[in-house]
Design a protein around this ligand. Structure first.
Ligand code: F6P
Length: 494
């Protein structure tokens, strides 16, 4: 495939991430059923093709059983033709690395989610989890080192695997390595919350790659600033005007290494979304949603998120409540379809947040609802066809994250929308940098401003909404997943 020649003719391509494109459920009779994985990372990589091998971890009993039965390399029939190798990492190591370090610490640092009294305490518990994070990364590095053919391109994904590039480079200097961060990157003052040695290990881990890639320049610049702060005189970041930026760092082996910094803003897959959103299952769900919305002249505000603290769902609901309080003309005339799909439920803080979202939706309904009007329709069961149906119906999309690497919902809605949809968008989402000109921009903490933006969006004339939606769709699809991936491979081959 052309992707391969971008690196080196015939070079093998390996992708590594915590979550893979498929997960398995184990039935009572021992039968396995496969389900497509979700999330921005999986969507972005969904087009990598059958020539690349996707190395990921087995995430539950079903996955572990599938990995055991297949010797790790899964049947392509289950994986949309994708070659997937699942690593069976001990469950306690995975839990400490994924829940303890990646999601409770690194996710919180990069999304700046700590608030009193939730600030981290780095003590012996954390040190145990950090050792698991190192072991988890080492397991990936060793699996990649064993399976990569000479000169292979290895594309390591996200904060779960920040140590892999340096670990892999040490044993396999022949392979080309890229790392991609799908999250924001923390500003240096916030990153400095982490223990000093952990900061150094994280940045040196990624700097072990030939290329460190990000979704926006803002996150890339934050990363290079963190490198300089954590490594001091052992590191220099270069941002020349007309060339690719890079970081030169001197790792513990004292051999200076240059890592190029790349910015690749993942876009929506227009072809896939337009075809998928016209299928009968989506039409069926549109009919069901219309029934829930009620009256034909009612407007609809849609949000679709994992139930995730960074997505700011609670403040979104507060803004909707403020709209109903301050602008009574919208009562009975608007419905908020809030799709909030539970995520990371092993963590108490996520469970609490999920409960808070449910309770607030009920409160608003009790406060304002009438016999024929339910102001908030909350759906918590992940259903891609229903999400697409809501995208098609929406008059307004609310995307108000506290911080977000990109946010693909903001990019998908304008592509799929039937009659044009006004976008209320947080200035802290990576997508804002590409879509800000035609969105209604909000500060995610400012509930009053968000309520006013919802009012403006609901009041926007139909022609203006359609014109903005067309421009948003063009910007959102500038770099579709297949080209996004190819661009990274080409850059790695340079
Ligand atoms: O970087 C973001 C990401 O890895 C995306 O794949 C997705 O949005 C989310 O995090 C998935 O999180 P998890 O794998 O913990 O469910």
């Amino acid at each position: 495939v052309s992707e391969r020649s971008a690196v080196q003719p015939g070079a093998e391509v390996l992708v590594a991430s915590n979550r893979g494109p498929v997960s398995y459920a184990l039935g009572e009779g021992g039968e396995l059923s496969a389900k497509r994985g979700g999330g921005g990372l999986v969507s972005g990589l969904s087009t990598i093709g059958a020539d690349a091998v996707w190395v990921c971890s087995a995430l539950g009993d079903g996955d572990r059983e599938a990995a055991r039965r297949t010797g790790g390399l899964l049947d392509v029939a289950d994986t949309d033709g994708q070659r997937v190798r699942m690593l069976d990492i001990p469950a306690d190591v995975h839990a400490a690395a994924y829940n303890g370090v990646a999601n409770s610490v690194l996710w919180f640092v990069h999304h700046m989610l700590y608030q009193t009294p939730l600030e981290p305490v780095f003590d012996t518990d954390f040190r145990g989890q950090w050792a698991a994070y190192e072991a988890y990364n080492a397991a990936f590095a060793s699996a990649l080192a064993d399976s990569a053919s000479p000169g292979a391109a290895v594309l390591v994904q996200d904060y779960h695997l920040a140590l892999v590039p340096a670990m892999l480079r040490e044993v396999r200097p022949d392979v080309r390595i890229a790392h991609f961060s799908h999250t924001p990157w923390a500003p240096p003052e916030y990153f400095a919350m982490l223990p000093d040695d952990v900061q150094r290990q994280l940045v040196l881990g990624i700097l072990g790659a030939d290329r460190a890639n990000f979704l926006t320049e803002r996150w890339a610049r934050a990363f290079t600033a963190c490198c300089e702060r954590a490594l001091g005189p052992d590191c220099t970041a270069h941002w020349p005007r007309h060339e690719a930026p890079s970081v030169v760092a001197v790792p513990p082996d004292r051999k200076a290494h240059r890592t190029r910094i790349g910015v690749h803003g993942l876009g929506a897959d227009a072809e896939f979304l337009r075809e998928r959103s016209r299928r009968p299952d989506v039409e069926e769900r549109m009919a069901a949603l219309r029934g829930q919305i009620g009256g034909t002249d009612r407007k609809t505000i849609v949000r679709v998120d994992r139930t995730e603290l960074s997505k700011n769902i609670v403040r979104g609901l507060l803004a909707f409540r403020r709209l109903l309080a301050d602008r009574p003309e919208w009562r009975e005339r608007v419905v908020h379809l809030a799709f909030a799909y539970p995520s990371r439920q092993d963590l108490a803080v996520y469970r609490d947040y999920t409960a808070q979202v449910g309770a607030l939706a009920e409160e608003i309904n009790a406060e304002y609802g009438t016999a024929g009007w339910q102001p908030v329709v909350l759906h918590v069961k992940d259903d891609f066809a229903r999400s697409l149906a809501a995208y098609r119906l929406a008059d307004v999309a609310l995307v108000n994250p506290i911080r977000d690497g990109m946010n693909l919902v903001a990019k998908e809605v304008p592509v799929v929308s039937d009659a044009g949809c006004a976008l209320v968008l947080s200035q802290e989402a990576g997508a804002w940098e590409e879509l800000g000109a035609d969105a209604l921009t909000v500060n995610p903490y400012d509930v009053a401003q968000t309520a006013e933006a919802l009012h403006a969006a609901l009041s926007m004339p139909a022609e203006e909404r359609a014109a903005r939606t067309a421009r948003l769709a063009a910007a959102a699809t500038a770099l579709p997943p297949a080209r996004w991936f190819l661009e990274q491979l080409q850059a790695l081959g340079e």
